[in-house]
Design a protein around this ligand. Structure first.
Ligand code: SF4
Ligand code: SF4
Length: 62
């Protein structure tokens, strides 16, 4: 099962995930961070670095 990481509206714009992401896949829009799924390699580093539990993991079939 493939994982997908999504930032929800609990984001406090602390930028921890932005600096931690090895792919530079995180960008800011509408006062919160988002993950560019085209760049994301699903490594989970952003998830581990978010102190606000604003990043969720979804499992997708394929
Ligand atoms: S680490 Fe969490 S709270 Fe901080 S900018 Fe990223 S998603 Fe938002
Ligand atoms: S899962 Fe990894 S590659 Fe994807 S946004 Fe988070 S830190 Fe970046």
């Amino acid at each position: 099962m493939k994982k997908k990481f999504i930032i929800d509206n609990g984001c406090k714009l602390c930028d921890a995930c932005y600096w931690a992401c090895p792919q530079k896949a995180i960008y800011v829009e509408n006062d919160q961070c988002h993950i560019d799924q085209e760049k994301c390699i699903n490594c989970g580093i952003c998830y581990q670095n978010c102190a606000n539990e604003a990043i969720s993991i979804y499992e997708i079939k394929k």
